[in-house]
Design a protein around this ligand. Structure first.
Ligand SMILES: C=C(O[C@@H]1C=C(C(=O)O)C=C[C@H]1O)C(=O)O
Length: 106
């Protein structure tokens, strides 16, 4: 009977570790989506409190958020560019959502 040796055993161990890492990534994603849902509820409220489209877009506020999350990324020793691009994509979606909420309320 063949036994698993050397490289085969390493490859098997890597596969098992990758599967475990993916389970952990899925758990983190659940947490992230929970936080995005919480963020979305707040953004919708903000949309009801603003006077016009320019206020909804609030580009100065967007830049302050980017500055804030970049600093938070640096403090945690992760790549601030990844955090910034993630936030810019998310905020761009939220601005469109907030626009719709704002229109429905005005
Ligand atoms: C939530 C706001 O409105 C918009 C959405 C933002 C966001 O998703 O973080 C940020 C600024 C605005 O473009 C706000 O003004 O605070």
């Amino acid at each position: 009977m063949a036994t698993i040796q050397g490289n085969d055993r390493d490859a098997q161990a890597d596969k098992e570790q990758l599967a475990a890492v993916r389970v952990a990534v899925d758990e983190v994603d659940e947490q992230i989506v929970t936080l995005i849902a919480r963020r979305e509820r707040l953004i919708k409220i903000a949309g009801t409190l603003k006077g016009d489209d320019a206020e909804v877009r609030a580009p100065d506020r967007v830049e302050k958020i980017i500055e804030h999350v970049r600093s938070a990324a640096v403090a945690k020793d992760i790549d601030p560019d990844i955090v910034e691009s993630t936030y810019r994509a998310m905020i761009s979606g939220f601005i469109e959502l907030e626009m719709r909420v704002h229109k429905d309320n005005s």
